[in-house]
Design a binder for this molecule. Structure first.
Ligand code: CMP
Length: 150
């Protein structure tokens, strides 16, 4: 990671990831890479929250299935301090069938709607999305013992 200011990002382990028992393996990848988890919630996404989160996709052919899936079970929401671009690289292409091996979607998935994870795609998206899932008091500040290397 290029040295510089760390960014805050939202990562969701979607219902397929939770129900397949992949919260641990997915979180392990991000933690090992150096993502610092500063807030976490296991929650049921409501249709209202899904509509706000995915407002930019409303009207697209895949939108109904996207909302149906994200509301179909618990999601693990993580707020991390890291580089947004690094998390997106680790997540892989939206379609797991073309996502590179070594990425989360490339290693664990086959289908585009249950594609395991969501990760904010820019600082502006991260700020908007984090505001949907976390309140200021959910954020916890602490020091990782390896921060000087990351
Ligand atoms: P996500 O990163 O959560 O952002 C939008 C989601 O829409 C995407 O992951 C996919 O799960 C889902 N999706 C389903 N079909 C498509 C498609 N054809 N193109 C893009 N996203 C899709």
């Amino acid at each position: 990671m290029a040295e510089g200011a760390l960014e805050r990002t939202l990562v969701l382990v979607k219902p397929d990831g939770v129900k397949r028992g992949l919260m641990g393996p997915i979180l392990h990848r991000f933690e090992s890479k150096g993502l610092k988890v500063v807030a976490a919630r296991l929650l049921q996404v409501t249709p209202e929250l899904a509509a706000r989160h995915y407002a930019e996709h409303e009207g697209k052919p895949f939108y109904p299935g996207l909302v149906q899936h994200i509301t179909s079970g618990p999601v693990l929401a993580l707020e991390g301090r890291t580089a947004i671009a690094v998390v997106r690289l680790m997540t892989g292409a939206t379609n797991p069938q073309t996502a590179a091996p070594g990425t989360i979607r490339g290693d664990y998935g086959l289908a585009i709607t249950p594609n395991l994870v969501h990760a904010s795609d820019s600082p502006a998206s991260a700020e908007r999305e984090l505001g949907l899932y976390f309140r200021a008091e959910d954020y916890l500040a602490y020091t990782r013992s390896d921060e000087k290397f990351l």
